[in-house]
Design a protein around this ligand. Structure first.
Ligand code: SAM
Length: 333
């Protein structure tokens, strides 16, 4: 009988995000505005054998989707090896192995990711204008990321999703242009509300462009039709183009339209901490349990116990909300 991880609110946990490193070669102002905070020493990071072992146990417990993220996961030199090992978990119930990247390394390595066994890829792209891209990410590499998207397509890492964080005063005027990009390149364009997960703690509600406004901006140019009647555990509300053009739109609105009730996710940080919510104030060290020599059954008991503590929802909109001390680059977006 296949096992299922369930939390105390009866939500089924099927989706694991694994951060491979805290390091990043970009300096997105909404994530790492003041450069990289001190990163964990190497001995605190999970080795690829530990990642593989932990994922093996998670899959036994019913995890069906694994997404590798970071920091910038492609800064980890052994990423192909990790992907190769995790791809073997398909025989044990893994259905989907994906990666989120800033795209910088893709022109040369998309093909090797595919060969290692990666199913699909999500690439961050916050602007189609060179100057805005540089201002938002801290690096002048728009052309290279666009090449990376093409390389991912050529390698067959599809369906390709493109993530853009929309921040007031920076790129909200590009929303419809991004939709045009999705149509032209047949990709799934996903717009993300700015969340209070920036290292600078400069987030303010006025900077958030609400999902509803994003949809209106797109529909001024391209009428949309909802794809799903019910969103289920998907993070995004999905739309297709009413005129039948290729491409898809996803709107991820955790601030203005929280979707915690159907959350199916947990996270493992690169230093081996389990986080049960992006906004968790506490973490649970799976690394310590593994390194203390726990048996497989003890590891299973630990994971099941942690999942039972998953928060009912995030508290961004409550008075007194305190942003987590770790930024998105540490948590694994
Ligand atoms: N380095 C990879 C990348 O750029 O996609 C993976 C890690 S990054 C932390 C994952 C996603 O989180 C990116 O799409 C990024 O734009 C998003 N992100 C980071 N900080 C965010 C914030 N404060 N609000 C919303 N999204 C954020």
């Amino acid at each position: 009988m296949t096992r299922v991880l369930r939390d105390s609110y009866n939500r089924t946990i099927r989706d694991l995000r694994v951060s491979l490193t805290d390091r990043c070669n970009f300096r997105c102002f909404y994530c790492l505005p003041h450069g990289e905070p001190p990163i964990a020493p190497k001995e605190q990071m999970l080795s690829y054998e530990e990642i593989e072992y932990a994922c093996d146990v998670f899959v036994e417990l019913g995890i069906q989707k694994i997404r590798l993220t970071g920091g910038e996961p492609m800064m980890r030199r052994d990423i192909e090896q990790i992907i190769y090992k995790l791809a073997q978990l398909r025989d044990r119930g893994l259905e989907d192995l994906a990666l989120t990247t800033n795209g910088y390394f893709l022109p040369h390595r998309a093909e090797s990711l595919k060969q290692a066994g990666l199913d699909r890829i999500t690439i961050s792209l916050d602007s189609l204008k060179r100057d805005v891209f540089k201002q938002m990410t801290g690096v002048d590499v728009l052309e290279r990321v666009l090449e990376g998207i093409q390389a991912a397509k050529n390698a067959g890492l599809e369906p390709i999703k493109i993530n853009a964080v929309i921040v007031r005063g920076h790129n909200e005027d590009e929303v419809a242009d991004f939709a045009a990009f999705a149509r032209e390149h047949d990709v799934k364009m996903r717009f993300i509300e700015f969340m209070p997960l920036d290292a600078g703690h400069d987030w303010s509600r006025e900077d958030v462009v609400a999902g509803r406004e994003i949809r209106e901006r797109i529909e001024e140019r391209f009428p949309l039709v909802p794809v799903d009647e019910v969103r289920g555990s998907n993070t995004s509300s999905r739309f297709r183009f009413a005129d039948g053009a290729p491409g898809e739109i996803g709107i991820i609105a955790p601030v203005t339209e929280a979707f915690c009730g159907a959350c199916s996710r947990i996270r493992l940080t690169s230093d081996g901490q389990i986080r049960t919510c992006l906004f968790s104030a506490v973490e649970y060290s799976l690394r310590d349990v593994i390194r203390e020599g726990a048996s497989r059954q003890e590891l299973i008991d630990f994971i099941e116990g942690v999942v039972m503590k998953k928060e009912p929802r995030h508290f961004i909109n409550d008075p007194g909300f305190v942003a987590p001390s770790r930024t998105m680059s540490f948590i694994g977006g």
